[in-house]
Design a protein around this ligand. Sequence first.
Ligand code: HEM
Length: 409
Amino acid sequence: MDILTIILTFIAFSLFLLFLNISIIALKVFTEQSIKNPNYPPVHGTVFHELFYYRKLCDYFTETAKKHRTFRVLGLGQSETYTTDIRNIEHILKSNFDKYCKGKYNQDIMVDLFGQGIFAVDGDKWRQQRKLASFEFSTRVLRDYSFAVFRRNATKLVRVVRKLSDDGQAFDMQDILMRCTLDSIFKVGFGVELNCLEGSNKEGTAFMKAFDDSNALVCWRYVDPFWKLKRFLNIGSEAALKKKIKILDAFVHGVIRTKRELLEVKQDCNDKEDILSRFMVESKRNPYKMNDQYLRDIILNFIIAGKDTSASTLSWFLYMLCKNPLIQEKVAQEVEDIIGSQDNEANLDDFMANITNATLDQMHYLHAALTETLRLYPAVPFILMWSLWCTSRVGGVQTWMTFFLTGIE
Ligand code: HEM
């Protein structure tokens, strides 16, 4: 056999295996579900649709949800129930919250990146992290610290954008906002300056790239039926994910080590304002349970929660202002009426110093414009839950819930 025949045989065999796999999956999808059973919400799509519309999944599901408030998508051996019905959402998130969880399916997908962080766990671990996270924003000292960090980075953002504008350079506003929110949340989370916005910290920029790539690769798992096989063989997207997570882990564990050393030196110091320092104090009481790996998970989940959500909402907000100059004018007028104008570099620091909780509370129009942006472009368009009930109110069987938080009525 010559080399060409070997290659062609190999390709033909791979294609045959792929075809066989897809046929088995298709058979599983279409035979094991009660497609026509009226006790279940109607079927409008399969995992193949999710794959096909992957790049515009939200638009695709929004269109379907306009016609059917609750519908099913057939996945591999399970139904995914999508609902925008407020009664179902109340049933799941409020009246029967304890009957729904993240679920093994979800946890399997997330564990490599999210570990035991808040987005991947249920029960006591979830409660513990939830309590500490809400504590972060409810106690005065922590709120003031977070506020000061966000404001300082917003000042840097103005300077960076102004310089680019003065130089007549085109720039990607979303990218700049992503860097800015990452710097802020990293500082709030770890008490460390990442300096991604100004690009002065090469390690920080590498961390950001690894972080964004691994998030995207984990999302891909939801529509890739072969991800477990690829992980086992350490090939393709899974090999890339493994490498990216290694970079993240090395960076985060480095920060935790340094922080521990610092805290040892200044034991009686009172400035434990960042979340990591607070968790470390807690970890002294329970070093076995709250080890470095757990600390890594908690903080990384916190960054995942805050970075893209804030930056994408601000990007959409600016986009909406550009599309609606009248609204832009009114927002600017309100800010000027409450904290004065800011027309030159010299008074930027004074202007920013005037932004406080009290002045922000007076900006009703700005608040309404931001809320409307969130309604139209929700930063978290889905929430995934797994039903622990044998018979769920939504969907009949053990099922996977997906809520839409978009502006669909
Ligand atoms: C526009 C900005 C934001 C939006 C729209 C948003 C939205 C949401 C939503 C819908 C959830 C529920 C997700 C679920 O149950 O699966 C959530 C959870 C969470 N968010 Fe945000 N978020 C934003 C910013 C932030 C920021 C800045 C932080 C912190 C720095 C943060 C921290 C968290 C945490 C810790 C959770 C997990 C809560 C839990 O599982 O109980 N979020 N967020």
